[in-house]
Structures are given as C-alpha cells and as structure tokens.
Design a protein around this ligand. Structure first.
Ligand code: ADP
Ligand code: MG
Length: 700
C-alpha cells in the first residue's frame, strides 16, 4: 500500500481519529505532508556508547551497554521506587523508576545485555539514570534504528495523552515506510548544479538520518529551499513592478538643483552622498518607478540627499513631499529645508495635525493649483483632502513608523505612481533588508561627514553616580549641554513616570538653581509645556534636559554633547543606538554614559558591551538581530515576517540567504516569467507561498 503526502493522518497506522484531532489542535498537523515537515528541533547522538566509569552528572544524554544484576524496591509504600543495578564491567550505576515498577520488573531481566539510554542525575549522592529507555542490545527496533535520535517538540497536552517525541518519531517512521516517493520541489537543474539532496531523501534523513553527513546535507537542502523561494517571490514581484509600472521621467537637472548645489552647500558632499545621489538620479531618469530604501546612520546626511532629490523633481515640473513620523521631526525638517532653500524661489509649506484650518484651506488650494512645490508634514499629508497637482516624488522618513496601509494611501493621490524614497536611520541588517525590503533597491550612506568625532561610550554601575555628576559639571562648565534619558516602556506605565519624576528631582538637587537650569520633557506633558522645555534647551538656557524617549527621533542640537541613559539595561540595542545618535553632531568630543544596576541579564550585558565597543549602526543591528531574533527587531513588529521559516534563521543564515538570492536572480534572468518546463515547479511552489506574499508586496 502506498500513501500520498496529501492524505490525512487519521488513517495512518498508530494515529486514528482521536490522536489526529489532538495533533491538529496542538501542532497544526493535518496531512502527511505536515507531518513530514514537522522537523525535530535537535538530535541526540546515540552512536557513542559510554562506559560507566566515564560518566558524570554534567553529561546530557548518554548510552550504556551492559546488564542488570538485580532489582530492589526502596522507600515507603506510596513513595516507592525501583532500582535496577546496572553494570558494564567498569562500574555500576542505578537505574531508577518511580512509576510502572511492576511493568519494568516483568519486562526486563537480569543477565540480558541491554542498551540503556538516559540523562544522568545525582540521587542520594549517587549517580543514577532515572527512567531510562531500554532496548535489548543488537535488537534495536529493526529498520528504525538511527544513531541520531531526533527530538520533536510536543506539548503538555500531548504528553498527558502519552504522545511523546518518540511516538511522533515512530509514526513518521511508519509513514516513511509506505510513502509514495515525494515529487521534487526544486528545478532539477538547481539540484544538479548545487548538488543538493533530492527532496524525498532529504525529508527521510531529517527524521531518520543515515549519518551526520546526510543530516547536514538534508538540512542544507531544505533550508536553501525555504530561502530560495522567499527570494524568488520577492524578486519576481520586483521584476513585474519594474516591467509593468511606469515612472515619471525626470530627464534633467535644472536651476533649482544647480543653484542650490553651487550656492547653498557650505561643505563638500561625502563620497557616499554623491554615490547615492547618482543612484537616485539614475532611477528618476529611467522611466521606471523608483522604489528605493535609503539607509544611513543618524547624522550621515540623508535629509540633504532627500532634499536634492526633491529639487530634481521640481526641476522637471513636478511636486514633491516629505513625510515624517512625528510633528517634531516634520517641523525640524521644515526648518532645515526652508533655511537651505531661502531665496531660491521654492514654495514650501508645513502640514501637521496642528496646522490651523484657515492655513490648511489655503495650502490645499495652492497644492492643487501647483503653486506649492514642496510639502513637508506628518500623517496629515495622507488625508483625502490633501490633493496634489502633480506629485512626482514622495520621501518617507523613518519609514518603519508608518503602517503599510498609510503608505498605500499616498500612492492613490496620483494617477501614476510617484517615485518613492524611503529613509531609515534604524539600520536594518542586510539579511533582514533582503527579506523585508527585498523588492526595494537599497542605497546606503556608510560614511559620516568629516570632522565628526566618534561618540565615546562608557558603562557605569549605580555606584559611580557621583563620578558621573562630577563629569557632567565639568562638561557644563565647558559650555556643553546634557541629555538624561529615562526608559519608558509603555506610555501609560505610571511607575515609569515615578522613576522619571524622582530622577528629575534628584538631578535638580545635584544641579540646583541659580547655577543650573534643568528641564524635564516627556510624552504626557501638554504640548505647550513640552515645547517650552525644548525651547529652553535649544536656546542653550537650560543645561540639562531630563527626558523620556520623546527625544529619540529627530532633535538636532549640536551643542548637546553628553547623553546619559538611565537604566540602560531596559532599552533595546537599536534604541540605545538611536539615543546615542542625538549627540556627536557638533565639533566637540561627545559622550554617552550608560547607567545600569548590577543585576544584568546575559543579553543586557551583551547589549551594553556592544554599545561600548562599537559605533557602527550596522554591526549593532546585526548583534541585535542575533540577540532578539528577527521578529523583534524594531521596525518589523508591525509587519512581521510573513514567511513561515521552519529551518532558516535570518539572524544566522545571512550567507545562505545571499546565496539563495543570487541563485533566484540567475533563474529569473534566464526565465523571468518562470515559463520554461523545468521552472514550472517554481511556479507551483510560489503559488503555495503567494497568499502571504500578496499581502506583503503592499509594503513597497
Ligand atoms: P540624517 O538625516 O542622516 O540624520 P542630516 O541630513 O540631518 O542627517 O545631517 C546631519 C547634519 O550634518 C546636518 O546638520 C547637515 O547639514 C550636516 N551635513 C550633511 N551632509 C554633510 C556633509 N557632507 N558635510 C558636512 N555636514 C553635513
Ligand atoms: Mg534625519
């Protein structure tokens, strides 16, 4: 009898309706295919047989070969335990059972050679093996013996129903014995070229590895396949967009751009900025719609690049807009840009939630008539009443703060898609960018303007507080300003505000008036009070600003050169890096001080160490990805990763992801629509993936 992969598991030997229901509920396994793709989370090597002399309680699982000399029952009536004395000639170890005593004595006899398997424990100061697995030596379950014993995740409920990792393994074994060979899911050419293990063999080896070598090959093949199809689907989307979505052609660079370039730049652009501007120009002139992600650390000069791109749009008779995630940031962009564009004849306005109604109406009109060239603002830009005359370019800053649906709304404002440039200062590791933004082109500004001194970062425990205060006094005496940031995990969390208030009071006591002025700024203040506090700091009247992460994005105050982060262990890595980016913007040496308690988790310690060791945002992002896993990385929470990765790990398999992407690229180069007979299998696999991918492609 042969079984098809699509068959429901209910009819499998050893399953039945009850277990089938349980497996579906607990593990989501419905048909044989699901079962085959439920991979073990680890394997225990049973190829090694230890001697009793060798073992100690630090070993995880061990296997012994020997005989039981005799049994003894110990303990009180209702707390009895059975001990089997087991020897292999090098020593004796106690096998211990607390349950099923009768069954054990009935089934295992002295003087037969057994293989016992279990995890050593210390009991009554003696080494023992509690509840070992026992098999007669040389008679390991015929045909199902594997030296690498897979361990499957199960649930409490499954265990309570006597369904263990072993049961699952056995059922899969029975299935494999009568399963029809599985059809290959990768093109034969790829299998051949990369010498991959065929699917059928790979799946068998995942559950019943013939050798360590074969298990490795099987895992490699299946992991590669996962990553390959993700990349193939993303790249195909991109290909389709590039071939079928037309873009406005910005063919020239005109007066706006040239005048700006020759009269307004007090400094030379960095090589990275020049390169990126070239990349953007190429996109804008190509006739295809630009969809580009611009990554660059805080202060690397992204805003300037965005401004120059907008001027190219204007030079070609189009309007441009820039959308920022917060009012503060929008205002700051507006101020910077109007200062840069002063007297160049560019009409720019700011639109936020607090723009007055009368101003708003005028703005709408000017926007529709085309009189207004450039619009800067917040989500307010997305409202339906905001209609452009001819929007040619959209810049989105700190894109991860905008939801997918919001971005989609901006497109709807024009008949034809405008060009889109998305900027982010939260460096996204390459591996993740390739998956999340795989269909965007990526530009990176990997260089800071010259003359910036790297921020020096120090980690202090609480006991160094007086040292810290002394240091701050010195810096203030030199004319510098200081940020002191408190964590605010949730805006509504009362306790966090208590910590902030108390911290503020303590700082004021240490830095009392009239010599010092300390302001406090947080998200629950009235906007006027917040602004007043900010203004005191911007105008350099205040020496210290105590704040929550309100200041995380955007504020640009070059004279503030010290960033103190309280309870730094409570912040995530990328947040710490963002905060540190607030300083180091001027010519002075800047400092970041991480204050923490003594009690640090392993991860928290690693975060603080990483911050002290490096200023490189990309390195930090990579570490963050490794520490937290991709689902938690800031900026991906809202979207999540839509692909169900069973084997691959984006934090660890970066190289393989790149490789899979290269292979996918070469497949598409030869056969963009996947219509060659050998690629039909790709189309089938992609259509299985397509539901999630369709939701996903909205992103760009
Ligand atoms: P980002 O948006 O990447 O954080 P900004 O564009 O705000 O960076 O630039 C940070 C600061 O550096 C601004 O004051 C800007 O005028 C300045 N700046 C930008 N490019 C250069 C450059 N090539 N040389 C010197 N200063 C620059
Ligand atoms: Mg910026």
């Amino acid at each position: 009898m042969s079984i098809k992969a699509t068959q429901e598991i209910m009819y499998l030997k050893g399953v039945g309706p009850k277990r089938a229901e349980l497996l579906e509920k607990e593990l989501g396994i419905r048909n044989c295919r699901d079962l085959l793709y439920s991979f073990p989370y680890k394997y225990i090597d049973r190829s090694k047989v230890y001697t009793i002399k060798e073992i100690d309680s630090t070993l995880a699982y061990i296997q012994l070969k020997g005989k039981i000399t005799h049994f003894r029952i110990e303990g009180q009536r209702n707390k009895q335990r059975l001990i089997g004395f087991f020897t292999d000639g090098t020593g004796t170890i106690e096998l211990v059972w607390f349950k099923g005593l009768q069954w054990v004595t009935r089934n295992y006899q002295p003087d037969i050679e057994y293989i016992v398997f279990g995890r050593p424990a210390v009991y009554n100061r003696k080494l023992s093996l509690p509840h070992p697995e026992i098999e007669i030596a040389g008679k390991e379950e015929a045909g199902m013996y594997t030296p690498l014993q897979p361990q499957y995740s199960t649930t409490e409920k499954l265990k309570n129903n006597f369904f263990t990792s072993r049961t699952l393994h056995r059922i899969i074994g029975q299935l494999l014995a009568s399963l029809e060979p599985l059809e290959e899911t990768l093109p034969v050419s790829i299998i051949r070229e990369l010498r991959l293990m065929p699917l059928d063999m790979a799946l068998r080896n995942m559950h019943y590895p013939e050798s360590t070598e074969n298990l490795k090959k099987a895992t490699y093949r299946l992991k590669f396949e996962e990553l390959f199809y993700i990349q193939l689907s993303i790249l195909q989307q991109k290909y389709k967009r590039q071939s079928f979505v037309k873009g406005f052609v910005f063919s020239k660079v005109g007066d706006y751009f040239n005048n700006f370039y020759s009269t307004r730049l007090a400094f030379e652009l960095t090589a990275a900025q020049k390169r990126v501007i070239k990349e953007i120009r190429r996109d804008l002139g190509s006739g295809r719609q630009m969809n580009r992600l611009l990554q660059g650390d805080v202060g690397s000069g992204k805003t300037l690049v965005a401004l120059m791109a907008m001027l190219i749009a204007l030079d070609n008779g189009y309007q441009a807009c820039l959308m920022a995630p917060t009012e503060l940031l929008a205002m700051q962009h507006y101020n910077t840009i109007t200062r840069f564009l002063n007297n160049l004849g560019v009409e720019v306005l700011l639109l936020t939630g607090s723009t007055k109604k009368s101003e708003r109406e005028l703005l709408h009109e000017q926007l529709r008539s085309g009189e207004l060239h450039m619009l800067i603002g917040t989500h307010a830009l997305l409202e339906d009443t905001v209609q452009f005359n001819n929007l040619g370019l959209v810049i989105i800053d700190e894109q991860h703060r905008f939801g997918v649906a919001q971005r989609a709304r901006l497109w709807k404002k024009t008949e034809q898609y405008p060009h889109v440039l998305v900027m982010t200062a939260t460096p996204i590791p390459r591996t993740l960018a390739m998956t999340l933004y795989g269909d965007l082109d990526v530009s990176v500004i990997d260089e800071l303007p010259p003359g910036r001194k790297p921020v020096q970062t120090i980690h202090y425990y609480e006991s160094k507080r007086l040292v810290l205060f002394g240091f701050l006094r010195k810096q203030i005496a030199l004319g510098r300003q200081v940020y002191i940031v408190y964590p605010l995990i949730r805006e509504s969390e009362k306790l966090d505000y208590v910590a902030l208030e108390e911290g503020y009071e303590a700082i004021v006591r240490a830095f009392p008036p009239p010599d010092y002025l300390v302001v406090c700024v947080h998200g629950q203040m009235k906007p006027e009070d917040k602004d007043a506090g900010m203004q005191l700091f911007i105008s350099r009247k205040a020496h210290i600003m105590v704040a929550t992460t309100v200041i995380e994005v955007g504020v640009d105050i070059p004279n503030a050169s010290v960033m103190v982060i309280e309870n730094a262990e409570r912040f995530g890595l990328s947040q710490l890096h963002q905060l540190r980016g607030r300083v180091g913007r001027g010519a002075d040496q800047s400092y970041c001080v991480l204050m923490s308690s003594y009690k640090l988790s392993k991860e928290a310690r690693k975060r603080l160490e990483t911050m002290v060791q490096t200023n490189d945002g990309f390195e930090i992002a990579e570490t963050d990805l490794k520490l937290r896993g991709p689902g938690d990385i800031e900026g991906t929470q809202q979207s999540g990763i839509p692909f169900d990765l069973k084997l691959a790990n984006l934090g660890k398999d970066g190289q393989m992801l790149q490789f899979a992407r290269d292979i996918a690229t070469s497949v598409l180069e030869k056969d963009p629509l996947l219509s060659l007979p050998e690629n039909i299998v790709c189309r089938q696999q992609l259509s299985l993936l397509s539901k999630s991918v369709n939701d996903w492609s909205e992103i760009s």
